[in-house]
Design a protein around this ligand. Structure first.
Ligand code: NAP
Length: 306
């Protein structure tokens, strides 16, 4: 594969930033990758792992001469980062981000984007519950969707170049309105995380059922929620603070449906329960058919360790 950007700067070197660095190396996508993380500890780890050509203590140094700047920080940190790098961006540079929310990011970053710089927000729909520079791997984006939410009047050539970059990293591309992105992600990602955080929290606070029982018998379903509920607290705090309206809208629908289920259980309405559970099975099949998961029993876990 040939180089798409001569110089790429990664601001934030956690799971997503480090995975991008690995993917760029795998595909020979960038001539030079510079990286910045705020903490000395992360910078030392990145230097040891060697996935960036240069590691910088300041954002300003990292973005110097960059053709593409990828902001890989928690959503709440994106606006201040854009304000900080703005005076140091090269004319014609593309700045993008990987934040899980789009309308709030556009609200916070948009006003700081200098003339002659292309700001094209994005979000790779790929991740794990692990974070930090050691969590990244080159295959993270393979076969996963990346959603771009360009602003009206965005430069087509720049959007196409950024799309080519994501494709080279393994992604499939989709373009969406920011508000629509936030609604779609509220139901497919944000609400499932909220439910997982809530059920794990509820189980931890029970008195009659002990915590050791919850852990011992977790294979009954609970442990699958704990994987999601182990995700980074800062990232998820920022997601809920910044996608408030869409999450509350989906939560309202969810609560109404949960009340209907509660009623079906109370009145012994087996048909209502059966019909819903039969419909939801079909959704699982569609996800497998779309190549977004594998059909392996028990998520491919070793049956010995059930
Ligand atoms: P991560 O592994 O926790 O890494 C976050 C990086 O941001 C670290 O380098 C950290 O620096 C830096 N950082 C944190 N707070 C900061 C602040 N206030 N100011 C400056 N730097 C700060 O996070 P991640 O999973 O890569 O997530 C990054 C972004 O990708 C988030 O916006 C998230 O919404 C989005 N995203 C995540 C996933 C996922 O599954 N994780 C999937 C898609 C998109 P130090 O290491 O020095 O502390």
């Amino acid at each position: 594969m040939s180089v798409i950007f001569e110089r790429v700067a990664l601001i934030g070197l956690g799971l997503i930033g480090s995975s991008l660095a690995h993917a760029m190396r795998r595909g020979n996508i960038a001539g030079h990758v510079s990286g910045h993380a705020r903490s000395e500890a992360t910078r030392a780890t990145v230097t040891r792992l060697g996935f960036c050509h240069s590691v910088h203590a300041t954002m300003e140094e990292a973005v110097r001469d960059a053709d593409l700047v990828m902001l890989c920080l928690p959503v709440g940190a994106l606006g201040p980062a854009m304000a900080q790098i703005a005076p140091h961006l090269k004319k014609g540079a593309i700045v993008s981000d990987v934040g899980s929310v789009k309308s709030a990011v556009i609200r916070d970053c948009g006003p700081h984007v200098p003339d002659g710089v292309h700001f094209i927000p994005g979000h790779p729909i790929a991740g794990t519950e692990h974070s930090g520079p050691e969590a990244g791997f080159a295959e993270l984006f393979d076969g996963r969707w990346c959603i771009l939410t360009p602003l009206s009047g965005a430069d087509h050539v720049a959007v196409e170049k950024l799309s080519a970059f994501w494709r080279a990293c393994g992604s499939r591309l989709e373009v969406m309105e920011p508000r629509h992105h936030d609604l779609v992600l509220a139901i497919t990602s944000h609400l499932p995380h909220l439910i997982a955080y809530n059920i794990v929290g509820t189980a931890a606070d029970l008195e009659e059922v002990t915590q050791s029982e919850v852990i011992k018998y977790s294979a009954g379903g609970f442990r699958d929620f704990t994987r999601i509920a182990a995700s980074d607290p800062v990232m998820w705090r920022d997601v809920f603070l910044n996608n408030r309206e869409a999450v509350l809208e989906m939560l309202q629908r969810f609560t109404e449906d949960l009340t209907a289920l509660q009623r079906a259980i109370r009145w012994g309405d087996g048909d209502a329960l059966f019909n819903l559970f039969a419909r939801t099975r079909a959704i699982r099949r569609s996800i497998i058919e779309a190549g977004q998961d594998v059909a392996a029993t028990n998520f491919g876990r070793n049956p010995e360790k059930k």
